[in-house]
Design a protein around this ligand. Structure first.
Ligand code: XIL
Length: 447
């Protein structure tokens, strides 16, 4: 046997052995990120999952689930789904008291049977109301809205990772005011009432406020939503996240301060989601910037594009998506995948929060078992520090080392303070059935 063929035979056996052990590992613990593995995932969802357990999702229309060209791309590329219209009020309660969930259930079933997470969209909104609701006002409307939130969130309980509880409640322009609507006219507290009803109906869903034109940090609308979320957090109104629709078309382009907007909302103690991304003519640079900005903010959990092919888009004439009408990848797709793959494994470069900062905390994934995994965090830029780490329930931190931990009331947010034992601390997290989520650094503060 020549030297060449001996080498080839050995490397073939090595590859076969590695492949076998990788299969065994995956079977045991689900998808894992192996520390130190240079990765170039080949799909959007897989790559996002490797960036700190993020998702890359799409809006889905039930009517397209019979189109195999569509479902082939959906099933290959995406690990999160939002129903484009099927969970809206006119779809789920077309007549008062009569609920129809068939199309929404089909989407949820398609997604969940393939391990994709589902975003519920949306429980309370001035638009796409059924006729009976459009004609209501006052206490009757308030009660009908709360009943709708309760019934729909109860129907989907346990299946929805995030609900857009309230959609588009603020005015555009310089006023910073609430949008006038029949819901707004029931009283300014309609939004918090909706969030409380949603929390009660599905305590495990993360509850989001979702809007468009809140991308530019300098806009009055962005500031107004920011102040509402700050007020909700201060008063204990149950809110977990803010969704930025990010329809970048025509008058509203990708703003250069987008990352500031994401990190400023995150610093309030909520997650941020990019929920309905589409960009007129799909420029590669704007798509790349959105991905890089999300990866730079630990609490940016993922990106959803508003449709798969340009021909599926609500703005199809603007060709704003990642696949063309024939289902082929566009240059914007390549830019997005490359940006995801180039992102920091673990996805955790810390953006210092306003007024804090002064150090950087970097996550290194540690050993993974079937039911738990270890994480270590190294701090640079300060010798005494406190680092805030957030985990995704039902995961729970079960043990820590080399620091002094304290916890918030939810048990999901740990503040680890230096205890003189160096600049690396660690912890063990129980997966409790969620093997894909990974801890996020929320802040690093020196001193
Ligand atoms: C759009 C859908 O894409 C269209 O099919 C429908 O005709 C109108 O609504 N903001 C939202 C989404 O929150 O629900 C909207 O979806 C787009 C703007």
């Amino acid at each position: 046997m020549s030297r060449d063929s001996a080498d080839t035979g050995r490397s073939r056996r090595l590859r076969a052995a590695l492949a076998l052990s990788a299969v065994g590992l995956l079977a045991a613990v689900g998808t894992v990120v192996l520390p130190g593995t240079a990765s170039a995932a080949s799909t959007l969802g897989a790559s996002a999952a490797e960036r700190g357990g993020r998702y890359f999702g799409t809006a889905v229309a039930a009517s397209r689930l019979n189109d195999s060209a569509y479902t082939t791309i959906l099933n290959r590329e995406f690990n999160q789904v939002t129903a484009e219209n099927e969970m809206k009020i006119d779809a789920t309660q077309p007549q008062q008291g009569q609920f129809t969930f068939g199309n929404a259930d089909r989407i949820v079933q398609h997604a969940r049977s393939r391990g994709m997470q589902v975003r519920g969209h949306t429980l309370a909104w001035h638009s796409q109301q059924p006729g009976w609701m459009q004609n209501m006002s006052g206490t009757a409307l308030r009660n009908a809205m709360l009943n709708h939130v309760t019934q729909v969130a109860t129907h989907f309980r346990g299946q929805i990772a995030w609900w857009d509880v309230v959609n588009e409640a603020f005015q555009d322009g310089s006023s910073g005011a609430r949008r006038d609507s029949n819901l707004q006219r029931t009283g300014n507290d309609w939004i918090e009432a909706a969030f409380r009803a949603a929390r009660q109906a599905d305590p495990n869903a993360q509850l989001c406020y979702n809007d468009y034109n809140i991308d530019n940090w300098n806009d009055a609308k962005t500031q107004a939503v920011y102040r509402m979320v700050q007020d909700f957090k201060n008063r204990g109104v149950p809110i977990d996240c803010v969704g930025l629709q990010s329809h970048f078309t025509g008058g509203s382009n990708y703003p250069s301060n987008y990352r500031t907007t994401l990190s400023s909302f995150a610093a309030l103690g909520v997650d941020v989601h990019i929920t309905e991304l589409d960009i007129r003519n799909a420029p590669t640079d704007a798509y790349r910037n959105v991905v890089n900005d999300c990866l730079a903010v630990a609490r940016c959990k993922g990106i959803t594009v508003w449709g798969i092919r340009d021909s599926d888009s609500w703005r199809s004439s603007e060709s704003p998506l990642l696949f063309n009408g024939s289902g082929n990848k566009k240059p914007a797709y390549d830019a997005v995948l490359a940006a995801l793959n180039n992102g920091n494994p673990g996805g955790n470069p810390t953006t210092p929060p306003p007024g804090g900062g002064g150090c950087t905390a970097t996550i290194t994934p540690g050993q993974v078992w079937g039911d738990r995994y270890n994480t270590s965090v190294t701090v640079s830029g300060a010798s005494t520090w406190s680092v805030v780490v957030t985990i995704t329930p039902p995961q729970k931190i079960s043990g820590t080392w080399s620091g002094n931990p304290t916890w918030d009331s939810s048990g999901n947010v740990m503040t680890m303070r230096s205890n003189g034992s160096g600049n690396t601390f660690g912890f063990t997290t129980m997966m409790n059935g969620n093997s894909s989520a990974r801890p996020q650094i929320t802040s690093c503060t020196a001193g």
